[in-house]
Design a binder for this molecule. Structure first.
Ligand SMILES: Cc1ncc(COP(=O)(O)O)c(C=O)c1O
Length: 376
């Protein structure tokens, strides 16, 4: 008989800097008397993150969703954009907010990312871009996606909200496609409380993105486009500068916890572990996600999710429901179940388990023991 955890174990917990570090930075901001609109903390963080992510150009934002909306505007996307149903609501919503129809393409059974081999069959004369997501930090098939895009003259935008610090062959993952978006939400491996960034390799695009995120204001006399307020303030930029010092230590802790999950769950029939990436991929270990095959495990994902709660373990059905099941998208032709067979199976199987540096190795072993005891 396994005892429930005394306190709730959530799927994640934000990394907190020390209050002293924050106070020291607040003093700097108070002396500078500058709270927002491209202040010194903002300028320094843009520079530091550009180096950290190994990308040529970076623009900070107040969150990843607004950043992605601006990415679509900056590339003047319209019509239809091919994307994945297995993602967070923000991904298709930014298309809708740009008056673009999301076209859902099925996902790869292994990586859970958009299936690059199926994209071509979804292209119509209205298609302007592919919006792919590096789900759980596993990189998409960037080469194949680019190859299809080039053949049809499409833009490629990556939602890299999960992929902070991920690299492919020593290159930051943000170097692929036309633009990538990172989210710095509090629950991410790296955060600025709320925040985000767009990264890319085009100097002219940086100027356009920076105008779009500041109402389109060029100078005191000229407003040159219908922009939005996407600015990151000085306080969050300062916290972001502190948090950069925490990323690698947090990543190392999560690597160890991943190893324990893998060790404990290897060979448990009906439990599929996270995809294994090519050797040249550097991962960030932000999430630990399993898939429960009810036929083999003897229990459904929903049973496992509910039973975990009895032990005070709050896992998350991430991503369920699929975006194609949302009331606002389910009438789309591309949302039909026959069009998305793999995504529909994964959506019923996936479960994100607790993963954050503050978990102990014993916590993880106990979570695995609880799961294994559920087998039927
Ligand atoms: C895949 C994905 N895209 C977009 C977002 C939106 O980012 P933000 O919360 O910074 O707006 C998130 C999550 O937060 C996400 O997980």
């Amino acid at each position: 008989m396994i005892e429930p955890f005394k306190e709730r174990i959530y799927v994640t917990r934000p990394v907190f800097p020390t209050i002293e570090e924050v106070t020291e930075k607040l003093r700097d901001i108070w002396s500078a008397k500058w709270l927002t609109n491209n202040g010194p903390q903002h300028t320094m963080l843009e520079h530091e993150l550009k180096n950290f992510l190994k990308v040529p150009y970076l623009s900070l934002f107040n969150n990843g969703t607004i950043a992605l909306m601006v990415a679509c505007q900056s590339l003047r996307l319209s019509g239809e954009v091919i994307t994945t149903p297995f993602t967070f609501a923000a991904t298709p919503h930014v298309l809708s907010w740009n008056n673009i129809t999301p076209i859902f393409c099925d996902v790869d059974a292994e990586t859970m990312n958009i299936d690059a081999n199926k994209i071509e069959s979804m292209i119509t004369p209205h298609t302007t871009a592919i919006l792919a997501v590096h789900v759980f930090g596993t990189p998409c098939d960037v080469e194949k996606i680019q190859e299809v895009a080039d053949r049809y003259g499409l833009r490629v935008v990556y939602d890299a909200a999960h992929a902070f610090g991920v690299e492919i062959g020593n290159q930051g993952v943000g170097n692929f496609g036309d633009i990538s978006m990172f989210s710095f939400h509090a629950t991410k491996l790296y955060h600025t409380v709320e925040g985000g960034a767009l990264v890319h390799g085009d100097k002219n695009l940086k100027a356009r993105i920076d105008l779009l995120k500041n109402f389109g204001i060029k100078n005191e006399e000229e407003v040159v486009m219908p922009g939005i307020n996407g600015k990151l303030d000085e306080i969050r930029a300062a916290i972001g500068r502190i948090m950069l010092n925490y990323v690698e230590a947090e990543r190392q802790k999560r690597i160890r916890l991943h190893e324990i999950y893998n060790e404990e769950l290897a060979g448990v029939e009906g439990v599929k572990l996270m995809p294994v990436c090519a050797q040249n991929v550097k991962l960030n270990y932000q999430y630990y996600v399993i898939r429960i095959d009810e036929k083999i495990f003897g229990r459904s994902r929903d049973f496992v999710y509910d039973e975990f709660r009895n032990y005070n373990v709050f896992a998350r059905k991430y991503f369920h429901p699929l975006c194609s099941e949302f009331t606002c998208y389910r009438q789309l032709n591309s949302s039909r179940i026959e069009n998305l067979p793999v995504a529909n199976v994964i959506g019923q199987q996936v479960l994100s388990l607790p993963m954050y540096g503050g978990l102990t190795e014993d916590d993880v072993r106990k979570i695995c023991a609880i799961l294994k005891a559920m087998r039927n």
